[in-house]
Design a protein. Sequence first.
Length: 240
Amino acid sequence: MNILAIGAHPDDVEGFCGGTLAKYAAQGHKVFTASTTNGNIGSATLPKDVIARIRKEESRQAAAVIGAEYICLDYDDELFFETREARIALIDLVRYCKADVIFTHNPRDYNPDHELTSKMVNDIAVMIPIAKIETRNPPCDKIPLLFYFEPAHAIGFVPTDYVDITEYMDIKHEMNSKHVSQIQWIKDNYKDQVGDRDRNVFDDIDVIARFRGLQCGCDYAEAFVTAQHAYRMTAKRILP
Ligand SMILES: [Zn+2]
């Protein structure tokens, strides 16, 4: 299968579903990662074009850890809106990847780019095979299956599906570690939320994966909600 994870920001998908992507890749599936925005507000000191370039390169390196390809739709960070152009760009992205399975943000999350990316990915899924919707890449022959990841910090989330990622935690951490520019940014910008203790994004990822592992009977897991369209329901398990 072809697997596509679409986040809003360059460092989103590794944290939310990096273990699952690594597992898919290890099983021989083709994996793509993508972000709708280029992350160009993610630095207190660097100009927007410079931090965008750095973050796209970090995402490319994170994807390369599992042999995946990263694609950026290049919208401005925190200024992603529902436009005709953005809808076409998302349809074209899915067609380019010939995605069988898509992962994206939870419809309820703390950030407007996350929520809108989620909504738009859900909206366009049924449009992928429609020939009269013209994009650079040709239509695919099927509607992809869609899964939502957890919202940030797993607040208010009840999973429908789990993936055991115990053997892939090291790879998930390695993917996340490529986002060097964001490790300090998150510490600085979200200081009020994380408090004074020396916590970083890797600790948070560990806590949530351990918690989900506890729920499904393994050491570490990632959790999702199925957002399958009525057009392509399947009783078969698609998750690795
Ligand atoms: Zn984000």
